[in-house]
Write a protein that binds this ligand. Sequence first.
Ligand SMILES: Nc1ncnc2c1ncn2[C@@H]1O[C@H](COP(=O)(O)OP(=O)(O)O)[C@@H](O)[C@H]1O
Ligand SMILES: [Mg+2]
Length: 260
Amino acid sequence: MSQTPFQTVPAPPAAPAVAARAVNVTKVYGEGDNAVYALAGISVDFRAGEFTAIMGPSGSGKSTLMHCLAGLDAASGGSIVVGGTELTSLNDKQITELRRDRIGFVFQSFNLVPTLTALENITLPLDIAGRKPDEQWLNAVIDRLGLRPRLGHRPTELSGGQQQRVACARALVGRPEIVFGDEPTGNLDSRSGAEVLSILRAAVDDFRQTVVIVTHDPRAASYADRVVFLADGRIVDEMRRPTAERVLEKMIHLDELVAR
Ligand SMILES: Nc1ncnc2c1ncn2[C@@H]1O[C@H](COP(=O)(O)OP(=O)(O)O)[C@@H](O)[C@H]1O
Ligand SMILES: [Mg+2]
């Protein structure tokens, strides 16, 4: 494996097989009569080197869970550990650094900087962190994602699928401990969506990356090794080796449960 600046930091004793863990995580928005219990006690592990999809009806807490896991939002209770670090023990500055150095993100809306080229967008998080990209790794990611001919283009000169591939490269280039995606294919046509999902799948298979996405698309979920189903802020089921058909069936069942 090639050396990256991050890997020169002493590893925690016994490399964690669990990339992220939530234990009894709760999230309450608002207070008193207005309180909304978005997460009602979630416990879940995300194994290193696995691709997990989080699914559930609208409003079931998927985005909230992902934001809490990724340190974008604070949980109201419980414990969240990412790569051996307990998030609740960190101050704001430490959380910001953990997000920057150890977590990759792919958002539905791409979130690229419009004034920067594709290449500048890809290396931006490393530049901000004052880290030099591992050139060999950077080139491997660029080629694997087919971005070589687009590196000098700005986001407006790229299709949605190309923009999301740039966002994937940006998420992968720092070799984060975990990559989170909130509906990463939500704004893409089915062909571009499939391309992005294949890239995330390859990141797991070829680069041993850990990936967790939120999706409402059973076909997107079928790229994952495992699907975790949420309803009303709770984990209600999970499925290994999902197929689109089995996931769709489960989702219809969950929607019926929630509608009751
Ligand atoms: N900032 C917020 N303030 C108040 N309620 C919120 C906020 N964000 C989410 N919620 C509520 O929390 C619940 C879960 O939301 P969310 O995690 O966005 O669900 P999902 O991503 O599964 O659609 C919903 O009832 C939603 O209305
Ligand atoms: Mg959401």
